[in-house]
Design a protein. Structure first.
Length: 110
C-alpha cells in the first residue's frame, strides 16, 4: 500500500517536471522564432536594396542565400522543439493524472 503511494507520488512529480520542462522549451522556442523573424526581416531589406536592377538583384540573392539556409534550418529546429514540448505537455498531464489516481484511488480496499 505504501509502495503504491510512493510510486504514485513519483509519477505525479515526474509529470510536473515534464510540464515545467515543456513550458521552458516553449519560451525558448518563442525567443528563437523572434530572432528568426528579425533575421528574415533584415534579409528582406537587403534583398530590396539590391533589387534595383537585374544584375544587383542576382548579387543580392547570392549574398542572402547562406543566411536564408540558416534561417530555414532554425525554423525547422524550432518546429522540432515545439513538437517535443507538445509531447512533454501531453505526457506530463497523463503522468499527473495517473500518479494522482494511484495515490487517491489506489488506497481504497474492497
Amino acid at each position: 500500500m505504501l509502495a503504491k503511494k510512493i510510486l504514485g507520488i513519483i509519477i505525479a512529480i515526474l509529470g510536473v517536471a515534464m510540464l515545467i520542462s515543456s513550458f521552458y522549451i516553449k519560451s525558448q522556442v518563442e525567443q528563437g522564432r523572434k530572432q528568426i523573424s528579425e533575421a528574415q526581416h533584415q534579409v528582406d531589406q537587403g534583398k530590396a536594396l539590391f533589387s534595383l536592377n537585374p544584375v544587383t538583384k542576382e548579387v543580392g540573392k547570392e549574398i542572402a542565400r547562406p543566411v536564408e539556409k540558416k534561417i530555414k534550418a532554425g525554423t525547422e529546429k524550432a518546429n522540432l522543439y515545439n513538437t517535443i514540448a507538445l509531447y512533454l505537455q501531453i505526457g506530463g498531464c497523463i503522468f499527473i493524472i495517473l500518479g494522482s489516481g494511484i495515490v487517491f484511488i489506489g488506497n481504497k480496499k474492497k
